[in-house]
Design a binder for this molecule. Structure first.
Ligand SMILES: [Cu+2]
Length: 466
């Protein structure tokens, strides 16, 4: 179904006429909420009820993009896409299983495994109806295989070593080839557990040929992971049962790159949880979103659920959509408290010395050699501290520059980075004038400039039509 202009107006204008229309479609006329709450606007937070209305909390309000077009490409902040070439009508991808040095915070390298030099691996984007071929080269020091998570494919292509194929030995290659009849959010990963915990995963989006109705303007993919990396280490401990470093698309807050959208756009976010063993209740501030897909499949609109926090279990994928009708910088984060901090480990000190307790240690300070972290410049050797104080992150001017100099954070409130740790990122909803200033302008943007202008309403509003 394509949205007509009249339907678009119907959805945007809301009001009593729209409520009557929605009620008639449902076979009963629900009462309009008292106090004018039946109106929905893509330009400001509004209710748009009753709950049976099409425009209730923005449910079926289309984006600014016309309907009936191919879907918008998926954006994966901080990650590349996997290129392909078409060979005799088959989309052919080359996937290398490789060790990866991933800088999850400025100055903090993680030595993990991934694909084509990145962790998570590059995004595979394909279209329903494609035939795809993956030539997989194993450049790891141990055998591996690649599983295509959620795909209904011939069993010999399923990538489970032993059960469906032989292991791909180090230095060897294996070719997977299959047709795609599904559409949704999937992923590929090693089917060897410890390699999964080591980061061997990548997103695999299959688009429908024509964008779903209502069309979205923006489409993002975020992959959440947990790692345990002990102090003095850069290698994750894949046998750990608790986690101290948390990444979204391979980076920890505040190094995660914000999702920057225009005020009024309809936005889809796809979440993949590829943590070893913990779920993530993912919370978005300032908006209510609709769960539109789960486990790689689109949910019919009659079963969509409005939420502001949704749990994504291990190896699950969830899609949600919302109208970005509330300008500002909104924190977007996992709500597990241990996932909202970086480097959550015990303080280095007397408690880790097996021949001493704290009182004993303090009574004999003169006889103990001092800890001299300054003698080792490897950031992994720095003494971790309570995460909110950001002592866990190198905050030298050189490193902070790398957090602050990204285009996507321009004009955010001074000190914003102190609120963004671990499994956190930021959704920035910007009026077009400020969006252009941040994303396209060459002008210097002062810290807080964009945020202050939004708070004070100091921007042109003539775009707010339709
Ligand atoms: Cu979490």
């Amino acid at each position: 179904m394509q949205p007509s202009n009249s339907r678009r107006e119907f959805l945007i204008l809301g009001g009593a006429a729209a409520v009557a229309g929605a009620g008639a479609a449902a076979g009963a006329e629900p009462p309009a909420p008292a106090g004018g709450f039946a109106d929905y606007s893509r330009w400001k937070p509004t209710y748009g009820g009753p709950p049976t209305a099409d425009h209730y909390l923005g449910k079926l309000v289309p984006g600014l993009r016309a309907g009936g077009l191919p879907p918008v490409p998926v954006e994966t902040p901080d990650l590349p896409k996997l290129p392909f070439k078409v060979v005799n009508g088959v989309k052919e991808f080359e996937l290398r299983c490789t060790p990866v040095k991933r800088e999850f915070l400025p100055g903090y390298p993680m030595t993990a495994w991934g694909y084509n030099g990145t962790m998570p691996g590059p995004l595979v984007e394909a279209t329903q109806g494609d035939r795809v071929r993956f030539v997989v080269h194993n450049e790891l020091p141990e055998p591996t295989s690649v599983h295509w998570h959620g795909l209904e494919l011939p069993v010999a292509m399923d990538g489970v070593p032993g059960l469906t194929q032989d292991l791909i030995m180090p230095g060897k290659s294996f070719t997977y080839e299959f047709d795609l009849h599904q559409a949704g959010t999937f992923f590929y990963h090693s089917h060897i557990a410890m390699q999964e915990a080591f980061g061997m995963v990548g997103g695999f989006i299959i688009h429908p040929k024509v964008a779903y109705d209502p069309p979205v303007d923006r489409d993002f993919l975020l992959t959440f992971q947990n790692f345990h990396i002990a102090p003095n280490q850069t290698i994750p401990d894949s046998m750990a049962m608790d986690w101290n470093w948390h990444t979204i698309n391979g980076r920890s807050g505040p190094f995660t790159t914000p999702l920057v959208v225009k005020h009024g756009e309809r936005v889809r976010v796809r979440l993949i949880n590829f943590s070893p063993m913990q779920h993530h209740p993912i919370h978005l501030h300032g908006h209510t979103f609709w769960l539109t897909g789960h486990e790689g499949a689109r949910i019919p609109p009659s079963a969509w659920v409005p939420r502001n926090n949704t749990i994504v279990g291990v190896a699950q994928a969830t899609d949600f959509e919302f109208v970005a009708n509330n300008p500002g910088d909104w924190i977007f984060h996992c709500h597990m408290v241990h996932h909202m901090m970086n480097h959550m480990v015990k303080q280095v000190g007397p408690r880790i010395r097996d021949d001493s307790d704290v009182a004993d240690y303090q009574s004999q300070l003169a006889t103990r050699p001092r800890v001299r972290p300054d003698l080792n410049t490897d950031p992994g050797f720095r003494t971790p501290g309570y995460p909110q104080k950001m002592q866990s992150m190198d905050m030298s001017p050189e490193m902070m520059k790398r957090v602050m100099m990204r285009r996507e954070v321009r004009g955010m409130r001074k000190g914003w980075h102190m609120a963004v740790h671990g499994l956190m990122t930021v959704l920035r909803v910007l009026p077009p004038e400020l969006y252009d200033l941040v994303m396209h302008g060459d002008k210097d943007v002062k810290p807080g400039e964009v945020f202050d202008r939004i708070v004070k309403g100091e921007y042109a509003t003539d775009y707010q039509k339709g």
